[in-house]
Design a protein around this ligand. Structure first.
Ligand SMILES: [Zn+2]
Length: 645
């Protein structure tokens, strides 16, 4: 029997304590802008990754005779790409892209060592396997190929995996990443119900915690301000959540919740992600995050959403993807930033600020530039996962009789439910997040009883549901999942109306930003774009560019309640700042004394204000922009009026 989302334990036993369960990546087909962006990804970096150079021009995880890799980081980086590319290939039905990764998976599965170990034989650091196995898990879920699960099971019996908590004397980085194999162990436990895998997970986590460290369960439970490597934190955060899902032990979930709440309290940025310039760095307006965390935090929060069924984690995943994520790439998906943030008024070879206190990276002051690849190349691999990871959690199941629309984007979802003949198909029609209506069309062989749950975001306090055009009295409280439990007929149409209003967000440094639904709005700054390197792959040209501002960005909102929403019904190119369908206009004033910090970096908000000319300002979704200002000085409410001249 194949058990793809729920554990296969015999009746009476339980091995999945999550409220929602993941479904295979090939059970949905994205449509609308999401499909368009995934295709751009395929036509851009994901489908031509060799253009990014080392290590993506090597033979990767496949058979390597000539262009071998010899370093753990190369396996990590190509592993990230493999996960993103395989999921992307499934989502858009691109067989060639799937096959590029499947060839690697096939090679690894068919060539374990004599102990069953899968992976590069000459690399002793076993973290890259975690990264690559996420693609292997996706492939198994999509195909049900027994060879895959059997090979993975055998792999974890290999002596190489005797200890997952590191050995005495090994450095912390080694231990912090090695423990992440718990993700795979618990996943195998979910598929097979074999207690070896959960036992090994809990034993390893116990030993890991016993040696302490910044990602231990006691560190998550502590009241201090976390300041850790941002990528490692988002990877390690999910481990207690995953253990909770398989054991139901609340102490795991409580620690993760405490960890994520304090992380956001001290380092949360307005675009949904936490800061991190290698280390977490606070929540000022010019803070940045690493593109790896766009994917890794979404992935971790997806587990939290499954574990708790709490809508706020769905809200946060959308916020990360639509704002921080889309804001870190050029929309042709041919270049990306290593560091990006809500306020970035310059992105050139020297603008990656805060390197002042990271001397190790003084050579990487171009990390905010839009490049084909950065050094190290972690984000160059991970950026390929950004949208596929989002799509992987759009649709979930609740037990074997419930379907969950967890994150919104146009798509077609197919699944089977217990007691329902044939497949259930749900067509989700929407231009969300640019439109506030989501329509679900139900297709069934025969009418059937089941539950369709959908997320009512925390920002929406007037959601409504129409069933076949008629208003329904279904409970739609903000920040919950509405549950429609009924006898569905073939052809039923469920309309979810999620009215979006503009809301100010008050931020540190007396800052203000504007949100509408899941989107954060920014002033898009015109840029002078200098090409700093050009490469061609399969006749597709890729450019690395530096961008410097050529339009005024030093503005602050002025006037009261003057934000106007300007909407069009043209949804054809929504991630373009010129054609995006929803813009905000408001009165603003120039600030004469606000300029680049040391003539090089995006500055913090000014403490003293020298007012200039009043003018109109237009804001567009942050995710559409490259250079931008998202957090403004709040002159009206929060500045000391004596500081304004
Ligand atoms: Zn990275």
């Amino acid at each position: 029997m194949l058990c793809l989302s729920l554990g296969c334990l015999s009746a009476g036993a339980q091995n999945n304590f999550a409220v929602f369960q993941e479904t295979p990546v090939n059970s949905l087909t994205p449509k609308g802008w999401m499909r368009n962006m995934l295709e751009r990804q395929r036509d851009g970096l994901t489908g031509h990754i060799a253009v990014a150079g080392d290590p993506f021009d090597k033979e990767g995880w496949g058979y390597a005779e000539n262009k071998k890799m010899n370093d753990w980081a190369q396996y990590e980086q190509t592993g990230y790409w493999a996960d993103g590319a395989l999921r992307c290939g499934y989502l858009i039905g691109d067989k060639a892209l799937q096959e590029k990764v499947r060839e690697w998976i096939r090679f690894q599965i068919n060539n374990p060592d004599s102990t069953g170990f899968i992976g590069p034989k000459d690399i002793s650091f076993l973290w890259p396997e975690v990264v690559f196995f996420r693609a292997v898990m996706a492939e198994y879920e999509a195909t049900g190929d027994k060879k895959i699960i059997n090979a993975l099971k055998r792999n974890y019996h290999s002596p190489k995996y005797v200890s997952l908590s590191g050995a005495p004397g090994q450095d912390d980085f080694f231990k912090d990443r090695l423990i992440l194999h718990i993700e795979m162990l618990c996943w195998i436990y979910q598929q097979t119900g074999e207690s070896f895998f959960i036992q090994k997970s809990e034993d390893a986590y116990k030993a890991f915690n016993a040696s302490g460290g910044q990602y231990s369960i006691q560190a998550m439970n502590a009241d201090d301000v976390p300041r850790s490597h941002s990528v490692s934190y988002s990877e390690n955060l999910k481990i207690p959540i995953i253990l909770y899902i398989s054991t139901g032990k609340k102490e795991y979930l409580d620690a993760a919740l405490k960890g994520v709440h304090k992380l956001y309290k001290y380092h949360g940025l307005v675009d949904g992600l936490t800061s991190g310039n290698e280390l977490h760095d606070g929540n000022f307006s010019n803070e940045v995050h690493e593109t790896c965390t766009v994917s890794d935090m979404q992935w971790a929060l997806g587990y939290l959403l499954q574990a708790t069924g709490d809508a706020q984690w769905g809200d946060l995943i959308e916020k990360i993807c639509f704002n921080a994520g889309m804001g870190s790439v050029t929309k042709d998906f041919k270049s990306y930033q290593y560091y990006s943030g809500p306020n970035q008024v310059i992105a050139d070879g020297l603008s990656s600020h805060w390197n002042d206190h990271e001397p190790w990276y003084m050579t990487s002051r171009d990390r905010s530039a839009f490049k084909i690849n950065h050094r190290p190349s972690c984000c160059g691999g991970n950026v390929n996962r950004m949208l596929p990871v989002f799509c992987s959690r759009m649709w979930m199941k609740s037990g074997d009789t419930g379907i969950v629309a967890a994150l919104y984007s146009a798509s077609v979802y197919n699944t089977k439910l217990k007691g329902v003949k044939g497949e259930v198909t749900i067509k989700e029609e929407t231009n969300y997040p640019f439109d506030q209506n989501v329509r679900f069309r139900i297709a069934l062989d025969k009418k059937a009883n089941f539950t369709l749950s959908f997320r009512i975001p925390s920002w929406c306090d007037s959601a409504k549901v129409l069933i076949n055009g008629k208003p329904s009295d279904l409970k739609c409280d903000a920040g919950t999942f509405a549950k429609l439990d009924r006898l569905f007929n073939n052809g039923d149409v469920i309309d979810l109306l999620l009215p979006m209003t503009v809301k100010p967000v008050y931020l540190p440094e007396n800052g203000i930003a504007f949100e509408r639904g899941p989107l954060v709005y920014s002033l898009s700054i015109d840029a002078k774009t200098e090409i700093k390197g050009s490469k061609t792959n399969e006749n597709v040209v890729f450019n690395s560019t530096f961008k410097t501002p050529v339009s005024a960005w030093n503005l602050a909102p002025l006037g009261k309640s003057n934000v106007e929403v300007v909407q069009t019904s043209d949804f054809s190119d929504p991630w373009n700042p010129d054609t995006t369908p929803v813009k905000l206009t408001l009165d603003a004033v120039a600030i004469k004394n606000w300029s680049l910090y040391r003539e090089t970096y995006t500055p913090q908000l000014p403490s003293v204000i020298d007012l200039g000319k009043e003018q109109k300002m237009t804001l567009v979704p942050m995710g559409t922009t490259e250079l931008r200002l998202t957090v403004f000085p709040d002159l009206l409410k929060r500045y000391d009026q004596n500081a304004i001249k």
